[in-house]
Design a protein around this ligand. Sequence first.
Ligand code: NAP
Length: 313
Amino acid sequence: MPTTRKVIIIGSGPAGYTAAIYAARGNLAPLMFTGVQSGGQLMLTTLVENYPGFVDGVIGPDLMETMRKQAERFGTDMIAEDVTRVDFSRHPFVIRSEGATHEAETVVIATGASARTLDLPEERALMGRGLSTCATCDGFFFKDQNIMVVGGGDSAMEEALYLARLGRKVEVVHRRDTLRASKIMQERARKHPKISFLLDTVIESIKDPKTGKVTSATLRNVKTNEVSEHLVDGLFFAIGHVPNTAIFRDQVELLPNGYIKVAPGTTQTSVRGVFAAGDVADFTWRQAVTAAGTGCMAALEAERYLEAASSQA
Ligand code: NAP
């Protein structure tokens, strides 16, 4: 068994890297599990224009690489493995990866959330090239163009309203004839002159992976089976997110929607010494900058916890 770490950080999006930068600068020598696919959701975007500090924007993967280097510069150890199991019922906490078993006095969970997609085969080639899961990140690229939003919940309404300020028109595609969104959000979207609705409709395929750019979507009405092709420049999935909490299910308290429950205004989970930062505990704001902010909070809270524990010892 290796020596017990003061802090282990699980996950490597903006929350994880920021927690690592603060913990490393606080002399806590953090160990970070970046996951096999490091960097989080920003690895799926192109230009990020709303992260402060970059006048001309920054490419998502470049931003994450910069954060990684910054965390490494102050001495964060990184393991490019997924954590497979944790045991928070004993202290020091136990963290298992494919390679080994580790122990930590505190843990920062920053495993994020994954945007749900339709699992169409062409998504891989088009994500970040007209296909997006974040209107505030990518909407700006579709000024005066044809935009389509998939989903019938509050996020879909919110994204459609946001995108309607930018695009030429916004078509909302929803698989049922009733929207899930709250009445007030539905009303706002329905009243907007640029927004139209295609209900009982699903996306069959998206063109054009060959050119590496979204050009159209083939839709099918599920009641009539009628198929139609719509010209689209920007296609936004707003069909919900799935928090990456599977390995924490029996370890910390989760909210009914699967996100980690934290004490209001903090990153403290139901287990003392275990903190959660970023999208894994946030289904409201979900921005890189808010994730970074809570990553900072988690590291500082871990530091305070360790100080309090050592003064009691
Ligand atoms: P959501 O409420 O779960 O809605 C997801 C939508 O996507 C639903 O309409 C669902 O269709 C559709 N969908 C799911 N999987 C699909 C698939 N495979 N194919 C096609 N459609 C699919 O998620 P959300 O809109 O992201 O909202 C999450 C939570 O945040 C909610 O509690 C919401 O109220 C809240 N929120 C609030 C605001 C606000 O108040 N301003 C803004 C955003 C989010 P069905 O309806 O058929 O299931």
